[in-house]
Write a protein that binds this ligand. Structure first.
Ligand code: TXA
Ligand code: MG
Length: 333
């Protein structure tokens, strides 16, 4: 049976597999591999995730090892269907149900009180769990096949080394993690991610929603769905690596809203002219496109060994909020 195109990566003694043009049989194999305790990197509409069976401690530990991520930073559990929410979360407030109904599948993670199914090795010991239903065909097919095979949910952080830029293509996952994955692990190639920045994280453990990380689901959208004005926080007591002030960092130094010098990289909307002698890394036409190309542009700077990247912060209260958040953290190195 044809299983899609398979590419073997030889990295010293390791042989990790990238699978493109995924067929149902490739997806079934990948789900089986997750059930067996291996890692599968997969596309979502936001960024690529590095997945493991969220109920299997040794599998989840492999994620932390591959990413080089501190063990007390919690992971998001991905499910295919809103009916599975009760397995993982309890005391779900009414407004969270409205959010789930409005925006799932989609680029939104809800933080909710956890059930007994959720173990400390997923939440880093916190009483809450992050849950998401991604809106990406391959991701949903993998998750539902995994559930069909008896799995309950897939823990998946972004598929990058800790503190680095999230990958938005399978090639970027390979560049980040090939050296840290084993011969039994896989990368599923589903092309470039549509949104390009990570999901909006909403803390739903109190009486009103709090945005912990901005994303494509904006404050206005949350208000429209719930009639509640969401708060935002920079509370660093919450152990969320995406909330750390320095994160999403390329090797290059990122400078915001200043004048670049000759040989510097430059990222800005297409209506902003490229200064003389500067290397244009991206010219997105609007904020959505800006989000989509941002991480690849930062990666391209590193592969061209550009030392300094200047970025123009986009204005607006749409996905521009998320872009400003990520760029500000990239610049905070
Ligand atoms: O778009 C996304 O959310 C991607 C895709 C793969 O789904 N995932 C992602 O995961 O960005 P990660 O681990 O790279 O970022 C998730 C953030 C982290 O900062 C993590 O600490 C935080 O969510 N988080 C997870 N569970 C949490 C919890 N129970 N309480 C507070 N923060 C939590
Ligand atoms: Mg991440």
């Amino acid at each position: 049976m044809i299983k899609g195109t398979t590419k073997l990566i030889k990295w010293e003694n390791l042989r990790m597999v990238i699978i493109s043009n995924c067929t149902q049989s490739a997806i079934t194999d990948a789900a089986k591999s997750l059930v067996s305790g291996n890692l599968v990197a997969f596309p979502t509409e936001t960024v690529y995730g590095l997945g493991a069976d969220a109920s299997n401690e040794s599998a989840v530990n492999k994620i932390y090892k591959a990413k080089g991520r501190p063990a007390d930073h919690p992971l998001i559990v991905h499910i295919s269907n809103i009916n599975l929410l009760d397995k993982w979360a309890k005391d779900v407030p009414e407004y969270a149900i409205k959010l789930a109904r409005s925006f799932w599948p989609g680029p939104m993670t809800l933080i909710l009180p956890r059930t007994a199914l959720v173990k400390d090795f997923v939440t880093g010991g916190q009483d809450n769990v992050g849950i998401r239903i991604p809106n990406q065909t391959l991701a949903l097919a993998l998750l539902s096949e995994f559930e069909k095979q008896g799995g309950a949910g897939v823990a998946a952080p972004s598929a990058n080394r800790f503190g680095a830029v999230s990958p938005t293509t399978a090639g970027a996952v390979e560049a980040e993690l090939a050296a840290y994955l084993s011969g039994d692990d896989q990368i599923l190639d589903g092309g470039a991610c549509d949104v390009g920045v990570e999901s909006t994280i909403i803390d739903c453990t109190g009486s009103t929603p709090i945005i912990l990380r901005p994303g494509a689901i904006t404050a206005q959208m949350i208000f429209a769905a719930t009639d509640l004005e969401p708060a935002t926080t920079n509370n660093l007591d919450i152990k969320a690596s995406g909330l750390l002030e320095s994160h999403y960092s390329p090797l290059a130094k990122v400078i915001l809203d200043r004048t670049p010098e000759r040989g510097d990289g430059f990222i800005a909307l297409s209506n902003i002219k490229t200064p003389e002698g500067v290397i244009r890394l991206a010219s997105p036409k609007n904020n959505e496109e800006y989000a989509k190309v941002l991480y690849q542009a930062l990666r391209n700077a590193d592969s061209q060994q550009i030392k300094t990247v200047h970025a123009h912060l986009p204005v607006g209260s749409d996905i521009a909020v998320a872009i400003r958040d990520r760029l500000t953290k990239s610049a905070n190195k």
